[in-house]
Design a protein around this ligand. Structure first.
Ligand SMILES: Nc1nc2c(ncn2[C@@H]2O[C@H](COP(=O)(O)OP(=O)(O)O)[C@@H](O)[C@H]2O)c(=O)[nH]1
Ligand SMILES: [Mg+2]
Length: 241
């Protein structure tokens, strides 16, 4: 039986963690690991009560730093497929089997949960409550990223992804940013290594606890994403091991 490990990079997720965990199909998933980036709420207490393995960052490292710790752990624990989902219940974890199947079948090494695929940006993302400015930047950045990375994705900024062990072992994720742009760098590295990607349509869900990133943080993230695109065009070997 292949080993599927779910990782959740968490920061103050007490209100949504249990709901997210509840949606994870336990028959398919061998292990759930939560990375706690020094939350100041009851995230760790709730995770332990739910039987989730908790790993703690030594200090507040940021979203990317938290994920580095988690990918390292999944390799050590012998994962065949790694699913990353945010613990803020923004993404539909009941879709994990559809995310994992194409990887287990050997068709692709990367799967993305897309809030746009099959439903369009307006009926998907906007109807689900994505703020208009985030939708516009999501569309613009995705357009640019498709030209640069050529992964043919309907969106690049989802917090619901699945990877093969081979992909995680191949990409030099340790050199990535500790900030949110970590996620973009992972896709640049997957593209540079020549991995193919697939997508699963997921509903878009926005509510106060699901999105704490403000306009300023989002703008910095958008600019950093464009910088990754520029660096990739200049020399994509920097995203290879
Ligand atoms: N380590 C760390 N993680 C964070 C921070 N802020 C948010 N996160 C995590 O990053 C993910 C995305 O943040 P979120 O506010 O949901 O952004 P959005 O849904 O993309 O608008 C969530 O899983 C959060 O738990 C932070 O300051 N530090
Ligand atoms: Mg969110």
């Amino acid at each position: 039986m292949p080993k599927v490990i779910v990782i959740m990079p968490a920061y103050n997720a007490e209100k949504t963690l249990e709901k997210t965990f509840h949606d994870i199909p336990k028959d398919l998933v061998s292990e759930v690991i939560l990375g706690d980036d020094c939350s100041s709420d009851r995230t760790v207490e709730i995770a332990k009560r739910l039987g989730i393995l908790v790993l703690k960052t030594p200090r507040n490292l940021g979203y990317g730093g938290n994920q580095k710790m988690l990918y390292r752990a999944t390799l050590e624990h012998g994962a065949d497929v790694i699913v990353m989902v945010h613990p803020d219940w923004q993404y539909d974890a009941t879709k994990i089997p559809e995310m994992v199947a194409p990887i287990l079948a050997g068709r692709v090494d990367l799967m993305m949960g897309s809030r746009v695929k099959g439903q369009g940006a307006r009926r998907g993302a906007l109807a689900g409550g994505m703020p208009f400015y985030k939708l516009i930047s999501n569309r613009f950045l995705t357009f640019v990223e498709n030209l640069v990375f050529r992964l043919k994705l309907s969106e690049y900024h989802t917090g619901f992804r699945a990877f093969s062990r081979k992909l995680v072992k191949t990409i030099p994720f340790e050199q990535n940013s500790n900030d949110f742009v970590f996620d973009t760098e992972v896709l640049a590295e997957a593209a540079a290594a020549g991995f193919a990607a697939g997508e699963v349509a997921i509903p878009c869900r926005y509510f106060p606890e699901a999105s704490e990133i403000n306009f300023w943080r989002s703008t910095v993230y958008g600019l950093q994403t464009l910088l990754v695109c520029g660096k990739y065009l200049l020399d994509k070997n920097r995203y290879k091991r």
